[in-house]
Write a protein that binds this ligand. Structure first.
Ligand code: GLY
Length: 325
């Protein structure tokens, strides 16, 4: 009961805050409450992925499907060698292998996922084919690679020289610990509502830098790194995957919204579950984004520094989420 009361008080405070400020060219004012858009269409993504939002918006503005929008959007980041936590150019595991996780979910509740996938630049597109061409939801490792190659994907070396050099430096110390807001990135999770009012989501990452071989994070796990329900809305997660896996954060947020919570209230409650139950919460970062079918959004993280990108009402802006600590 006490917790419930605290949630309600926090939620009320959360919705009473001031409006957001937009940022451009590295200026990132913090927001203290939910962004309240009038309705769809919308593109919302983790971190400062304005270019990814633009690619998604290009699909939606032409009447395309939200599923195509989120796939095209996150592919921008997967292909960017400068982004060292997603796709090509991602930091490797401790053995020097780039291993990728991704998932996608459509408005009908169909979903597909790949994890521990190597050598394929666009895991989100393989995940989509898992959804559309197989009776399964998740393919992993060698099986996922074989499926990708059988479906026309090209085998590539995803370890860039920059990532290789960083890994060589890391090996000298071999310290294995999560870094908060690592280069303002970690995972791209994207939610989109199209002109038909349907919501879809995608999530893709190279996972924790220098992880143990075979480690899989939250991003390819439906309900952890991403979840959508076309009756309610969707949610995506970024940050330390182990923390999100322990509480299935995206599913929790969608279910809280189903029960009447605003997107901001739902994100705050999900973070509270982590900070109240997980002993290492002060040393890790997790951020959540939520979007309901009205186009209202929420954003919240454990620590300051979690930024996100919102394309809505003709504007594509980056903002910083409010934080618990
Ligand atoms: N959130 C990405 C990961 O932990 O793998």
């Amino acid at each position: 009961m006490a917790n419930r009361r605290k949630f309600l008080i926090q939620s009320a405070l959360g919705t009473m805050g001031a409006a957001f400020g937009a940022f451009a060219c590295g200026n990132t004012p913090k927001e203290k409450t939910i962004a309240s858009g009038p309705s769809a269409p919308t593109v919302l993504s983790t971190w400062n992925n304005l270019a990814a939002n633009e690619a998604a918006w290009a699909v939606i503005s032409q009447g395309g499907r939200a599923l195509d929008a989120v796939e095209q959007g996150v592919r921008v980041v997967e292909a960017d060698p400068e982004d060292m936590s997603v796709g090509y150019g991602g930091r490797p595991d401790r053995d020097g292998n780039v291993t990728l996780d991704a998932c996608i979910m459509d408005e009908a509740g169909n979903c597909g996922s790949v994890c521990f996938l190597e050598h394929i630049k666009h895991p989100v597109s393989v995940a989509r084919l898992v959804m559309e061409k197989t009776p399964h939801v998740i393919l992993s490792g060698d099986g996922a690679l074989r499926f990708a190659l059988e479906n026309g994907f090209r085998k590539e070396d995803l370890l860039t020289e920059k990532a290789r050099q960083e890994w060589e430096e890391w090996k000298k110390v071999s310290e294995y610990k999560p870094v908060i807001n690592i280069e303002s990135h970690d995972t791209i999770g994207m939610l989109a509502i199209d002109q038909q009012g349907n919501i879809c989501g995608a999530c893709t990452t190279s996972g924790m830098a220098y992880k143990m071989r075979g480690r899989v994070g939250d991003s390819p796990i439906i309900g952890a790194g991403m979840y959508v329900d076309n009756e309610v809305g969707g949610a995506v997660a970024t940050g330390l995957g182990e923390a999100v896996l322990k509480m299935l954060g995206s599913f929790l947020i969608v279910e809280l919204m189903r029960q009447g919570a605003s997107p901001q209230q739902a994100c705050e409650e999900a973070i509270r579950r982590i900070t109240s139950k997980q002993k290492n919460a002060a040393e890790i970062q997790v951020g959540f984004l939520a979007l309901n079918k009205k186009g209202e959004m929420g954003a919240y993280s454990i620590h300051p520094g979690f930024v996100y990108a919102l394309h809505q009402n003709g504007r594509n802006v980056g903002r910083e989420a409010a934080a618990a600590l």
